[in-house]
Design a protein around this ligand. Structure first.
Ligand SMILES: Nc1ncnc2c1ncn2[C@@H]1O[C@H](COP(=O)(O)OP(=O)(O)OC[C@H]2O[C@@H]([n+]3cccc(C(=O)O)c3)[C@H](O)[C@@H]2O)[C@@H](O)[C@H]1O
Ligand SMILES: Nc1ncnc2c1ncn2[C@@H]1O[C@H](COP(=O)(O)OP(=O)(O)OP(=O)(O)O)[C@@H](O)[C@H]1O
Ligand SMILES: [Mg+2]
Length: 291
């Protein structure tokens, strides 16, 4: 695809797509800061420079990031390593602290270990979020709270796992004077596919504006292991559906989402679904509302 193909982000060209839907799509692409052009080396430099500036600009001395074994945190981890190196080369203090945050034993622990190794943190702290999450679940039951069914309970407690991870990362950041690094990017932001105040909570979000395939391109350019670059994305929050692929949960593929965001031709069904999801999840990308 050439630059000129992408120059009019009003595609799809399908004339049956209502004008307001096309306008909504353009507005979403702009709000999520998805660039038309993508030069992988420039993107790496811009994002490393951003993290290095945030360290020096805020006076923080560490970047704190949960590494799951998925491609997003693996990529963010390597960017953190490069940023910390850059700050140190300037004679300032900086470290990159990775966190392993399994819920009990994680089935893809080997991938997580390799993702940590690729990020090469100064330290890796492991905090099992299972005791805290299970204690919360027991206390909720003791309070008399009931759930509609087992699936609803599992879904709610899945989000609690994501929030326990947030609590652990902020505890470390508080202890060391660090910034919590989030892994949100455009392909996740557009669907609101993250836990509000869980993995959605962070001090800096270096992957902002990237589509999933662009995150993978950054990881590949940085030299990440190929199987982890191409790994099936999963939130892996539900105990009753371990390793459930995001695409199954979303009913959309990342290729469809990326095509929508990059201004490439997409099915009318995809445009409608994403515009609807974006509108329904606006509250997750905004500050709480007030009177
Ligand atoms: N219009 C509105 N204005 C203000 N608040 C609104 C609202 N609509 C719902 N809410 C509130 O939002 C809250 C629900 O949000 P939240 O707790 O996030 O819950 P929810 O969006 O229902 O679930 C999070 C989803 O993100 C997925 N996820 C989570 C973490 C990581 C990943 C991943 O990709 O790896 C994916 C997870 O699998 C699940 O499907 C509730 O309190 C609800 O009342
Ligand atoms: N088991 C875990 N250990 C440490 N951090 C985790 C864990 N699960 C989730 N996280 C944190 O929450 C973030 C959101 O999870 P998400 O699944 O979107 O990203 P990912 O696992 O890095 O990549 P992918 O979306 O491709 O699976 C992760 O990037 C990571 O920072
Ligand atoms: Mg994941």
């Amino acid at each position: 695809m050439t630059q000129s193909d992408l120059s009019d982000l009003s595609v799809p060209t399908d004339p049956t797509v209502p004008t307001d839907l096309r306008a909504a799509r353009r507005a979403i692409i702009a709000e999520l800061e998805v660039a038309e052009a993508f030069d992988v080396r420039e993107e790496i430099e811009r994002r490393v420079a951003f993290l290095a500036e945030r360290l020096t600009g805020t006076g923080a001395t560490a970047l704190v990031l949960g590494i799951s074994g998925g491609v997003d945190s693996m990529t963010a981890g390597r960017l953190c390593r490069l940023a910390a190196d850059r700050v140190r080369a300037d004679g300032r203090r900086a470290e990159f602290i990775a966190m392993r945050l399994p819920y009990g034993v994680q089935s893809d622990e080997d991938d997580a270990a390799r993702a940590v190794a690729f990020g090469a943190p100064d330290r890796c702290l492991t905090v099992d979020v299972r005791p805290a999450t299970d204690a919360l679940a027991a206390s909720l039951t003791a309070s008399g709270l009931g759930f509609r069914d087992d699936a609803a309970r599992d879904f709610v407690l899945g989000n609690a796992k994501a929030r326990e991870r947030m609590v652990a990362q902020y505890a470390v950041a508080g202890a060391v004077g660090g910034l919590v690094v989030g892994t949100d990017h455009a392909a996740e932001a557009v669907t609101g596919f993250f836990t509000k105040f869980g993995d959605g909570a962070a001090d800096v979000v270096p992957l902002t504006g990237l589509t999933k395939r662009r995150v993978r391109a950054v990881a590949a350019e940085l030299g990440a292991p190929r199987d982890l670059v191409d790994k099936t994305p999963t939130a892996d929050l539900e105990s009753l559906a371990p390793q459930k692929p995001d695409e199954e949960a979303l009913g959309l593929t990342y290729d469809e989402i990326d095509d929508f965001l990059e201004g490439r031709p997409v099915d009318d069904r995809v445009t409608r679904a994403l515009v609807d999801r974006f509108r329904a999840t606006a509250h997750k990308r905004a500050l709480p509302t007030a009177p």
